[in-house]
Design a protein around this ligand. Sequence first.
Ligand code: WQD
Length: 343
Amino acid sequence: MKNKILVTGGTGYIGSHTSVELIKEGFDVVIIDNLYNSEAEIIDRIHKITGVKPVLEVFDLCDQEKLDIFFKKYNDISAIIHFAAYKAVGESVNKPLEYYRNNLLSLVNVLDAMKRFGVSDLVFSSSCTVYGQPEKLPVTEDAPLQPATSPYGNTKQIGEAIIRDTTVSDKNIKAVSLRYFNPIGAHPSALIGELPRGVPENLVPYITQTAYGLRDELKVFGNDYDTPDGSCIRDYLHVVDLAKAHVVAVKRLIGRRNKTNYEVFNLGTGKGVSVLEAIKSFERVSGIKLKYKITGRRAGDIEKIWADPSFANKELAWKTLSSLDEAMKTAWDWEKNIRNKKG
Ligand code: WQD
């Protein structure tokens, strides 16, 4: 009998890659998505990659009635991976109430439904943004959380606290928060990947769109930071490596191998890479000289962060396998593939 996993936000960037890895590991996948920032067609692409078409239920998790109907229909959910959230840092500054309502109410509804329908295991999509600018690098899970620099980041901090408090009040609920560093790249099939709507906020899709000619040039937001080449440093990990960590986390909970009812893991390579180094990586793998210019700093950016992934390496027996160049190459292949498709 296959374990059935509910993946909320499963047609999104990380959610679709995780659905592929879950299916490859023999899980049944049911996706809930409101398609606010993704397309139903992703299901067909997951089908093409895996040979299995996951079920897609389209509704908004903020609608508790619809969520109850869902759990009455699917009374065999083994665990939930909760991706569904708005995630644009800049947008969240302009639309805080939309972000707090969507990201927090959907999470509260999922937890409430878990209690009422007897689902005990939750994996939560969190982010290294909860650390702000860490005092000490590389950053470990016990590093102090800094005040969030955006409503988006705050919804991740508050979301973790809501989950933690729920696991304290209800011993039946077991949860894992996965703090992502910077996911990049796409599935090697180039059938799924990052599909930013409008002008990309994130570095790598902006690089690939510039290289493809959709953007005039990349703006490098500052080279006057206290880093070797002056540009910001991040920990870029391949999205497929990240997806695999979710499968391991689900298995840990279902297999009752969790050590406490609420666990947190940093998911990164453990290596810091600057913006200028990321550009060089793209140029190496694409053979294209990227057009960019140095501009002023972007408000809200932290200077440097990279993970100490040793806790996940040990407890989850998980580590990143792809190099920066390999990840960057899949990002470029994906960009070319979707543009060719769209003609
Ligand atoms: C990376 C670096 C920029 C664009 C955010 C969220 C995080 C996650 C990923 C959702 C920074 C520089 C970027 C550009 C640039 N989001 N940059 N020119 O800000 O580290 O993380 O996105 O899950 O939670 O906090 O990622 O890709 O926006 O920026 O110079 O056009 O690239 O200054 O140093 P970030 P990013």
